[in-house]
Design a binder for this molecule. Structure first.
Ligand code: ADP
Length: 539
């Protein structure tokens, strides 16, 4: 399939000049971001993006077909879908638009490969994973460029994601050798009791667009390490990074069929994975709504399920916090990936004694963040993924301001156009506003005021979500008390970026099931088998 640079997304182009942009309400403190006139900048960005795309094409890492049984394959009916650069609205590539038939073949090849892959030694699997890790790191720049191109995140952040994402493969290579069983003291003298850990089987891995590499490696790494084989379905918005990673897996020598990639018609692919009795595990990162569907759909064949779903992260700033640390941590927790992560601070709860001082310091810091194309120098805020994402931010902000919230900085689309949005701080938010009950998934920091530690914990826990949470305080006793009281799977104390491949990542309540990363993440791909050896009397 050809890589196409021709089709410019006219819908997005049109939006840039739409009168909608002129109708936004003004904000209290004017942003001082770049005031480029949009057309010349847009032309320059497209040219840069095109030359990067064509370099990637010649490096062999710009794949546009699915991967089934070790072979790159078009969709069976020849259909394709376009992948767009969110910073320019231009199409980067046409990728295979696959469905149920291709997925069934991918499952069959994963099932076939499982027979031999599950029998390899841990040392063999470890070596191949290590090679894959080395290749991912050797192609760090290309992978990061692909990510910036299709997802929009700043190149430096994308490089960080390659380190983080590849880290799951390195960790899995090491952990493959530590999948120990147990010997249990038997209650009868003529018996011996063993516990073996064995791979669960073929895994269906469905991933979102916000971390195009890391969401895949944190699933595929442990799955392969445990002896499972995988059918990956990356997001249709960002399949290129996934396909490049799969190409590197082949180059590393991971056998055909152990890693398959299909993308296209998401519900059809999902249904095929759910219906197959050969798929023994579904691992998913994405929206709570789709996660619930997958969980329900897994019931028919009783699959093992891991879900990493939406969050509503509280970020609690106590009066006794170090303000510089709190601002730095909040910036990282809120604005990373332009606010598009499930652990992004969604509600910033600030104790009343420090509220004004913290708000001012946060605004000063946010004002200095450079917005632009992810390839631009010093850019720390890229575009949002698509128009729907911007509309959601607008709707939530509109609801909040109509109920009394005050925009303190930003609060409208960025003059760069497309899906760029101004980094925003909004004050006087309360728990009744949609913005503090739903995931914003954009660069908007809602500030809520609270009085006591008990209030903070009550407000923080008053949600169905329970993924990431953050606490800023200089009191050791308080940090323990609050960390224990928060109904969240992850708690950062005086730190805004806490994800690492060596620690367990996952949610309480409706934020999900299971854990990813660390030794705990390995268990998600293992069955526990108990063996009882009887009749041990002397012969
Ligand atoms: P987001 O809002 O982050 O895009 P989604 O849950 O819609 O979250 O998407 C996450 C992943 O789930 C994507 O790969 C998407 O294509 C996939 N997906 C969406 N709907 C379905 C479905 N019905 N079955 C299987 N996968 C789906």
């Amino acid at each position: 399939m050809a890589v196409s640079f021709a089709a410019v997304n006219l819908r997005t182009m049109a939006l840039r000049s739409s009168s909608k942009l002129l109708r936004r309400s003004s904000h209290l403190l004017p942003p001082i971001h770049m005031q480029h006139s949009a057309p010349p900048l847009t032309r320059k960005i497209s040219m840069d993006a095109r030359s990067i795309a064509s370099q990637l094409n010649s490096s062999g890492l710009l794949k546009t077909q699915g991967l089934i049984g070790g072979k790159w394959s078009d969709s069976y009916d020849g259909k394709t879908i376009k992948v767009y650069n969110p910073a320019t609205g231009e199409s980067i590539a046409d990728v295979a638009c696959m469905g149920g038939k291709e997925t069934n073949d991918a499952i069959a090849s994963a099932y076939d490969a499982y027979r031999s892959w599950s029998k390899t030694t841990a040392a063999e699997r470890s070596k191949l994973l290590r090679k894959w890790y080395d290749l991912l790191m050797a192609h760090k720049e290309e992978l990061a460029q692909l990510m910036t191109l299709e997802q929009g995140k700043p190149l430096k952040e994308a490089m960080g994601e390659v380190n983080y994402g590849a880290g799951f493969i390195e960790f899995s290579a090491e952990e493959a050798k530590r999948i120990y069983g147990d010997i249990i003291p038997a209650p009868m003298s003529d018996r011996r009791l063993f516990v073996l850990k064995q791979p669960v089987g073929v895994v269906g891995a469905i991933t979102p667009w916000n971390f195009p590499l890391a969401m895949i490696t944190r699933k595929v790494g442990p799955a392969l390490a445990c002896g499972c084989t995988v059918v990956i379905k990356p997001s249709e918005l960002t399949p290129l990074t996934a396909l490049a990673a799969a190409e590197l897996a082949i180059q590393a020598g991971i056998p055909p069929g152990a890693v398959n990639v299909v993308m296209g018609n998401a519900p059809e692919i999902g249904d095929a994975l759910l219906a197959s009795p050969q798929v023994r595990k579904i691992t998913f990162t994405g929206s709570t709504a789709v996660g619930k569907k997958l969980m329900a759909g897994s019931a028919e064949t009783v699959k093992k399920v891991s879900l990493e779903l939406g969050g509503n992260a509280p970020c609690i700033i106590f009066d006794d916090a170090d303000i510089d640390i709190a601002v730095k941590g909040t910036l990282a927790a809120k604005y990373r990936n332009s606010g598009q992560t499930c652990v992004c601070a969604n509600r910033i709860l600030v104790q009343e004694g420090i509220y004004d001082k913290f708000a001012k310091a946060l605004i000063d810091a946010v004002r200095n963040m450079k917005v632009g194309d992810g390839f631009g120098e010093d850019v720390v805020q890229g575009p949002l993924i698509n128009e729907a994402a911007v509309e959601k931010v607008e709707t939530l902000l509109q609801d909040a301001t109509s109920k009394g919230a005050k925009v303190m900085l930003g609060g409208k689309r960025h003059s760069l156009g497309f899906t760029f949005y101004e980094p925003t701080v909004v004050g006087d938010v309360n728990s009744d506003m949609r913005i503090s009950r739903e995931e914003v998934f954009g660069p908007v920091a809602p500030l809520l005021r609270f009085k006591t530690e008990e209030d903070a914990i009550r407000i923080a826990n008053d949600t169905n979500a329970g993924l990431g949470s953050y606490v800023f305080t200089n009191s050791i006793q308080r940090s323990w008390r609050v960390a224990e009281a928060l109904e969240y799977g992850l708690v950062g104390v005086n730190e805004g970026v806490i994800s690492t491949e060596v620690a367990p990542f996952g949610g309480f309540k409706q934020s999900g099931l299971g854990r990813e990363g660390s030794k705990y993440g390995m268990d998600e791909y293992l069955e526990i088998k108990y063996v009882c050896l009887g009749n041990m009397k002397k012969e």
